[in-house]
Design a protein around this ligand. Sequence first.
Ligand code: HMG
Ligand code: MG
Length: 308
Amino acid sequence: MNLPDRVFITEVGPRDGLQNEKQPVSTDVKVELCERLLAAGVRQLEATSFVSPKWVPQMADAAEVMARLPRPAGVTLSVLTPNMKGFEAALAAGAGEVVIFAAASEAFSMRNINCSIAESVERFRPVAQAAREHRLRLRAAVSVAFGCPYQGEVPVASVVDVAARMRDLGCDEIGIADTIGVGTAAQVGRVFEAVAREVPLGQLSAHFHDTYGQAVANVVAGLQAGIFRFDSSIAGLGGCPYAKGATGNVATEDVVYLMHGLGIETGLDLDALVETGQWISRLLGRASASRAGNAIAARRRAKAEEAA
Ligand code: HMG
Ligand code: MG
């Protein structure tokens, strides 16, 4: 396998991870989560969303979270912006990257952002232009690229079509997302091979949810397809309020364990990530979904008990 020397990981826990939490998570906890992630070496951090608080109440404190975050050199803080209202708030909050999010199925587009795919592209056009004018990095997400909770199968041609529309808007990066975690490794190969005919590999990233336990395998399939940008979420937190039953993203700790095992640099401190994953899981009142994180934490506990 021809592997890259390093990969670029965008941490999406504070956004994708927390957006789906039923109980309100305090702004203090959100800020501390981001601070811990930055201290663990995260350089691309998806911090929050400037979306309608009626649609996603958990993200209603986006401006306050952004105002309180440190901005170490080399860090890009990303935020979701579905429209100009979101963009303006993101700009005022000092975001370094804005993320527009489209879907590869009409049904999911309607449920998630209340408009058709074509309408979403028109809504994103001024956002893309404003991002260029203000020199903000522009990323797109293409949701339900491996299956849709409403439509079922999603043709590869639809994914390619939406990715090409995002490219035409001038996106710096286009994330191909398995929103409901149904994709398998062979499908990952097929989808990325097809999309890469329209969008250069270096501009693509992979965003895998882990509902069917395939996400780490799918990351390997992504590497094999030439992808070197991945989204992941601390402790495997995550889900989309408009994709019921979908579980969290691939856990950052698991991706980092995988990459380091393959001799691929991530720039991330696995021990600090494990600590952070255990901390946020405790606060949310459940076990971490990271297998590597839990295994490393258990080994640490056993060692501490032996020493005591
Ligand atoms: P709408 O109801 O059609 O919008 O929603 P509207 O323009 O008619 O506005 C309705 C109200 O929302 C108005 O307030 C607006 O001001 C307000 P009112 O006058 O009723 O008081 N509003 C906003 N407020 C704050 N920020 C904004 C904003 N825009 C409008 N930016 C809309 C359309 C797109 C706004 C709505 O559907 C929405 O916010 N959707 C977001 C859904 C969402 O966040 N989903 C999760 C993130 S995507 C995801 O998780 C997938 C991803 O992880 C990849 C993957 O896994 O697939 C990225
Ligand atoms: Mg997601």
